[in-house]
Design a binder for this molecule. Structure first.
Ligand code: 6GU
Length: 272
């Protein structure tokens, strides 16, 4: 996969040289190109922002440098191909595991992280006439700029590329991976020693009963999801659970509500 990033802070992307992503680059699985947006400015001050039309606080990134940057990135890539342009912004669609998988299936991504109040809208509109554009947010909080969001997205995408994770099974059980564990948070994990500071590893994990261990892990995942993400509980389909698992859910106070068409707490209503 080829990745281009255009930013006024290329040094902010240094972590792309480290760990999983750094190794994927060294192995040639990821071809990352960083570009300083200011190289496409034409004035002596290398200006990338200006005041917003209509008034209001902050500054807006000017269209001309971004337009020239995207032209240049397009021209530098494989003949006849266009990248998918990813624009990190708190007003984008949620960056989910599903979106990470979609983006991981593409051969070329270009990231356009903004500083200030954002990029002049016409840049995104004009780019969309030439290439697929995805505006995405990594969560319900506001960062000072999109660079950290690029790091988050690139790491989530890179670990899904074939051959990047050591063990091909490693993302099978990820929280949010589609399949058996969809919409279920992962439960607790343990390693040696079996006793540490007076605390013992749950006995079931030492039992060698693989069926019972799998069942226990599922129940731990149910409890963790209920505690931390009741919104995910409301997405569980009834038929995703065996009779035995529905018993475990009822111990947690969760029962299928036929009129609501979802599981809900018999004790406290599940938050919307
Ligand atoms: Cl993608 N950018 C910024 N600036 N803030 C964010 C974000 C992105 N996602 C959540 N907050």
């Amino acid at each position: 996969m080829r990745i281009d990033v255009v930013t006024i802070f290329p040094e902010y992307l240094e972590p792309l040289n480290v760990s999983l992503v750094g190794k994927a680059r060294a192995r040639g699985q990821l071809d990352v190109h960083l570009h300083d947006l200011r190289q496409w400015t034409t004035d002596i001050h290398r200006t990338v922002d200006d005041t917003p039309y209509g008034g209001g606080p902050g500054m807006v990134m000017k269209p001309e440098p971004w337009g020239a940057a995207l032209d240049s990135v397009l021209a530098a890539g494989p003949e006849g191909e266009v990248p998918t342009l990813v624009v990190p912004t708190p007003s984008g669609r949620p960056f989910t595991q599903e979106l990470a998988q979609d983006l991981a299936s593409r051969s070329w991504l270009a990231f356009a992280p903004a500083r200030y109040e954002g990029i002049d809208r016409r840049v995104i509109e004009e780019a969309a006439t030439r290439m697929p554009v995805v505006e995405a947010s990594i969560g319900d909080y506001v960062l000072a700029g999109g660079e950290v969001a690029v790091l988050v997205m690139v790491e989530a995408i890179a670990r899904l590329l074939p051959g990047v994770l050591g063990n091909a099974e490693s993302h099978r059980d990820d929280s949010f991976a589609p399949g058996a564990m969809a919409d279920l948070l992962e439960g607790p994990v343990y390693t040696k020693p079996a006793e540490w500071r007076g605390r013992e590893v749950p006995e079931i994990l030492l039992s060698g009963h693989h069926g019972k261990i799998a069942q226990w892990r599922r129940e731990q995942a149910f409890a963790r999801t209920l505690a931390h993400r009741p919104d995910l509980v409301a997405r569980w389909p009834r038929d995703a659970f065996t009779k035995k698992e529905r018993e475990a859910l009822s111990v947690l106070g969760l029962a299928w509500d036929d009129s609501a068409g979802r599981f809900r707490s018999a004790v406290e209503p599940v938050e919307e």
